[in-house]
Design a binder for this molecule. Sequence first.
Ligand code: SF4
Ligand code: SF4
Length: 189
Amino acid sequence: MTITIKKGKQADSLIHKVEQMTGQKLGTCFQCKKCTAGCPISKLAGSSPSEILRRLHLKAGDDLLNSEILWMCVSCETCSARCPMGINVAAVMDALRMLSREKNAAKQKGNVPLFNRAFLETVKYFGRTYDMAMITAYKLGTFKLMDDTEKFPAMLKKKKISLLPSLKGDGKTTRRIFKKAKERKEAGK
Ligand code: SF4
Ligand code: SF4
C-alpha cells in the first residue's frame, strides 16, 4: 500500500508535541511491527499503529489527525505491551485523539468522538464510567434515542448494565484531576 504523507507547515511539531504529551521517545521505534501484529483493529482501520509511528517519524503534519484508526483504536494497550522498545503506543494514540479533537479533525469521524466525550464526561462526574449516563448523553447527541433499545432488558437481566452509578467512584477527585489538566493545558505545560 502506498502512503502519502503531507508534511505540516511546522514539519516537526506534531511528533514533538506527541512526545511532550506522552513522555515517550518515539525515535526508538525501529518498525518491527510487533504492535501492529497484535492490534485487533488495524486490518479494519486500513492503517496500523506502526504506520502512525512511521508517519510521525516522517514528519507528518496535522493531516495525520484525520486518520480513522485514531477513532477505531479501542485502547486495549496490546501495542504497548508488545513493543520491545517499551513505547507506550496506546498513549500515543490517545494523545493524537486529543489533538484531533482540538483541531476539530474528529468531526469527520462519525459518532466515535461523541461517544468518547460522553465517556469522559461520565468519568469526570461519577469517578468511573456510568453506563446509563453515558448512553443517555450519547443518544441525545445522535438524536437516535430509540436505536438498539431492544437489547436493553436482556443487558439489564444479565447485569451487563446498571441503572445506578457505582458507589466506588470518587467524582470529587476526578473532577479535580480534569480541572488540573485543563489548567495545565491552558498554561501550555
Ligand atoms: S491500543 Fe489501539 S492501536 Fe494499540 S493495539 Fe489496541 S486497538 Fe490497536
Ligand atoms: S512494536 Fe514498538 S518498535 Fe516495533 S513498530 Fe511498534 S512501536 Fe515501533
